[in-house]
Design a protein around this ligand. Structure first.
Ligand SMILES: [Zn+2]
Length: 401
């Protein structure tokens, strides 16, 4: 028998208020322009409560009244929209030799997108923290000039990130047991906003869920197409990290016991046989060199070069085996291929879909579509900003200044 030593407590008034503020904010995000009456009718909150909540959101400058009214029976209703102007959410992606920073306003409008070179695996963790802090300080200063308050910062890292934000291991960066969030908050001298760290694939999935061509899809898996391959998994509208936060390491599922050696020391891992390294003639390469080589691969494929088409079909079939694992296990509505897979998608996708359908027990791959990302190379950084907006939408509202 399961017993509990604590009796259930009534919800705190402040908690109820914060929850209701979040409900109204999300409604305005999804349905703006909308009226107070629309909010009351759809949320079940009474009109007086809605008026009080809206007044609070207007005080916090999260919502504003438009000049527009909608003519209804009776009085015309004043319409409400999100007020993006006073705030910014920042996302940063750390990669092997570059760091990307993105800032968006509350409504998700892009305010800036910067890419800078980065010390990468040759530098110490301290140098890496200093480099990330430097770009963040410049973004914060730009936002301050626009009189925007920073709502938060999320940094994406290609590696295992614990639920507490510690980077357990980021093999391509040479990091182990790095308290990136803590070190960064120190380097930024207590910046007055939350600093969070997250796996890059999880962030890219969040970006797709909020901003991508498949936005709003409740069951979505994003596969990073870098030298490494990771999965960001969204089920029932929520990111799934697993017990310690290390889920989604699809790159190290063994597809072929006799396959190529993986950087992890095992053989035939998905990323060894279907990562972008399997397409390139030379390894390891810098991202700039990878892009040049991929342009050449795409050119040869367009020209109908038989060897190139054969190679892409084989990589597509291997990737399809991985997608079938995802489809059989999670039954997502869509699998999105990101990173370097995007420019090769016209040749990869047919083989991926064919193989995945053939290996999925449910008919038609369980309804799972496979598409290429449309968000570009800063998807993970954009997802960092999306994660900040997600926490505002779930009730962590900025204080009235
Ligand atoms: Zn491996």
């Amino acid at each position: 028998m399961i017993t509990s030593t604590t009796n259930p407590q009534p919800a705190d008034f402040a908690d109820v208020r914060a929850t209701n503020l979040a409900v109204v904010l999300r409604f305005v995000r999804e349905h703006a322009p909308c009226s107070r009456a629309d909010i009351a009718a759809s949320t079940g909150l009474n009109k007086a409560t809605v008026s009080s909540l809206v007044a609070d959101l207007i005080d916090r400058r999260l919502v504003r009244e438009t000049g527009l009214t909608e003519n209804r029976v009776g009085r015309p209703a004043t319409m409400l929209v999100l007020d993006g102007s006073p705030y910014a959410a920042i996302g940063v992606e750390v990669n092997v030799d570059y760091v990307t920073a993105v800032a968006v306003d509350l409504a998700g409008e892009r305010l800036l997108s910067w890419r800078r070179s980065f010390p990468g695996p040759d530098g110490s963790t301290g140098q890496a923290v200093a480099a990330v802090a430097a770009i963040v300080r410049r973004v914060v200063s730009r936002m301050a000039k626009q009189e925007r308050q920073v709502l938060g910062l999320t940094v994406g890292v290609p590696g295992l990130v614990g639920t507490d934000g510690t980077v357990l291991i980021a093999p391509n960066l040479g990091w182990r047991d790095a308290d990136l969030a803590g070190d960064l908050a120190k380097a930024l001298r207590d910046p007055g906003f939350a600093v969070q760290v997250e796996n890059d694939a999880n962030l890219a999935a969040l970006a797709e869920h909020r901003f991508g061509s498949q936005a709003g899809t409740a069951n979505l898996v994003y596969l990073t197409g870098e030298i490494g391959v990771g999965a960001g998994i969204i089920l029932d509208g929520r990111i799934r990290r697993g017990g310690r936060g290390y889920g989604g390491e699809i790159g190290h599922i063994q597809l072929d016991p006799l396959g190529a050696e993986c950087r992890c020391g095992r053989t035939g891992c998905l990323e060894a046989v279907a990562g972008i390294g399997a397409v390139l003639r030379h390894a390891p390469l810098s991202p700039a060199e990878v892009e040049i080589e991929l342009d050449e691969v795409a050119r040869l494929a367009r020209a109908g070069d038989a060897r190139t088409l054969g190679l892409l079909a084989e990589v597509g079939r291997q990737l399809g085996k991985g997608v079938a694992v995802v489809a059989n296990l999670l039954n997502p509505e869509v699998v999105i291929l990101g990173g370097y897979y995007v420019p090769l998608a016209p040749w990869l996708l047919p083989a991926v879909e064919d193989e995945a359908r053939g290996r999925t027990i449910a008919p038609e791959g369980g309804g799972c579509r496979v598409v290429a990302s449309t968000l570009g190379y800063d998807a993970a950084a954009l997802g960092g900003a999306a994660r900040v907006l997600d926490s505002v939408d779930s009730g962590r509202l900025p204080r009235v200044s």
